[in-house]
Design a protein around this ligand. Structure first.
Ligand SMILES: NC(=O)c1ccc[n+]([C@@H]2O[C@H](COP(=O)([O-])OP(=O)(O)OC[C@H]3O[C@@H](n4cnc5c(N)ncnc54)[C@H](O)[C@@H]3O)[C@@H](O)[C@H]2O)c1
Length: 364
């Protein structure tokens, strides 16, 4: 298969982890006989420094003509510490999602057995948890009218949803549930919010088209509690932009570290694949970032955008193999990890590439 992949390293550890994600994609191409070509584009702080635009036109036009996007992260301490700055790295991300029509963010939360003890939740509660989140990306308070009034003493962000936005992501969630455990939990705050009442009404209508899938509705406060109390009770979780933002970070604790979780943002055209973590200023440049979230994002890219299931599974098996052998980056290590199994970012990439070759030989 011939495909073009655009890499957006972004800021901070985004650059370090996408380097390893790309190497893994190159190895897959070599092992399975595909031809992947790569190009790069700027986003975030670096793009602002060069063009005063967090998503330059040149980047956007490259993204509109590529087959898939591997993204790192954006963010820089300069902006975190100065909320008055008007041009900000995150604007590049929001604009990119809007321009590319990326309305659904998928986050698989699956705990590798080898990391059961890396989570702050008890292993007996966690074991077997396997959740697929669908977070809506283009509506809600992020894109509703916002502003200040009363001489700057009042601020508002409008929570807004349109029927079509809810319908299209609900269909994606129900379809995904059909090939899993056939359950969708829709999360809202319909006891208080009008936009949530529309959300619930539309999800109930869409559910009628999928009689083989069980649907349940939970309020966000209760869902946040149940996610920690009984994560195995969830299969597909469908929710809006703001609730999804918070719930998926909470769920990242099920997997033990932000450094382990991949995500896919999809719409009707090109797909974007990225770790759920940010640019991690505290560890940038130290070479210790865990690249597995980016490597697992590459697996999602192969699966969802290119339909290469065997190749995607090979990456997951390689990650399992390396973890089973006891190798760890610092974020997933514990007191029992021997010194000679502690890896930096590049060493973890090296081992995954090596493990892939071994898996491929055994498949052949
Ligand atoms: N999608 C994105 O681009 C995105 C997402 C979240 C935050 N951000 C930005 O990232 C910057 C830092 O934000 P933050 O600190 O709240 O979140 P973060 O995800 O960058 O880091 C949170 C914590 O997790 C650790 N961590 C994250 N990824 C890791 C990895 N791969 N390996 C090991 N440890 C890892 C970090 O060291 C840090 O202690 C901010 O500027 C924020 O705006 C960007």
């Amino acid at each position: 298969m011939k495909k073009k992949i655009t890499i957006l390293p972004g800021d901070g550890i985004g650059k370090e982890v996408t380097t390893e994600g790309k190497r893994v994609l190159q190895k897959i191409a070599e092992l399975f006989g595909h031809e992947f070509t790569f190009d790069y584009a700027a986003i975030g702080h670096d793009a602002i420094e060069a063009t005063n635009n967090p998503l330059p036109d040149e980047t956007l036009s490259k993204l509109k003509s590529t087959d898939a996007i591997l993204f790192g992260a954006v963010g820089h301490p300069k902006y975190d510490n100065d909320p008055t700055l008007k041009v900000r790295p995150e604007q590049g991300l929001l604009k990119m999602r809007k321009e590319l029509g990326l309305y659904a963010n998928l986050r698989p939360i699956k705990l590798f057995d080898e990391l059961l003890h890396a989570s702050s939740i008890k292993p007996e509660i966690l074991k077997g948890a396997d959740i697929l989140f669908f977070r809506e990306l283009t509506g809600d308070v992020y894109f509703g009218e916002k502003g200040r009034k009363n001489n700057d003493n009042t601020a508002y962000d409008l929570m807004i949803y349109h029927r079509y936005e809810i319908e299209r992501i609900a269909h994606k969630a129900f379809k995904a549930a059909q090939s899993r455990r056939k359950k969708v939990t829709s999360v809202d705050k319909a006891n208080v919010l009008e936009s949530s009442r529309l959300w619930r009404e539309v999800v109930q209508q869409v559910a009628k088209e999928y009689p083989d899938v069980t649907v349940e509705h939970q309020f966000i406060d209760s869902a946040a509690m149940k996610l920690i109390q009984n994560p195995r009770s969830f299969d597909v979780v469908l929710t809006g932009n703001l609730f999804g933002d918070i719930l998926t970070d909470e769920a990242s604790q099920i997997a033990g570290s932000m450094g382990m979780l991949a995500s896919a943002s999809i719409g009707d055209t090109v797909g974007l694949y990225e770790p759920i973590h940010g640019s991690a200023h505290d560890i940038t440049g130290k070479g210790i970032a865990n690249p597995l979230a980016s490597i697992l994002s590459a697996s999602l890219l192969l699966d969802i955008s290119f339909g290469l299931k065997e190749e995607a599974t090979a990456i997951i098996q390689a990650v399992e193999g390396v973890l089973r052998a006891g190798f760890r980056t610092v974020d997933i290590a514990d007191a029992t990890t021997p010194k000679d199994k502690m890896l930096n970012t590049q060493m973890m990439g090296d081992l995954i590439v090596k493990e892939l070759s071994a898996i491929n030989v055994s498949i052949a």
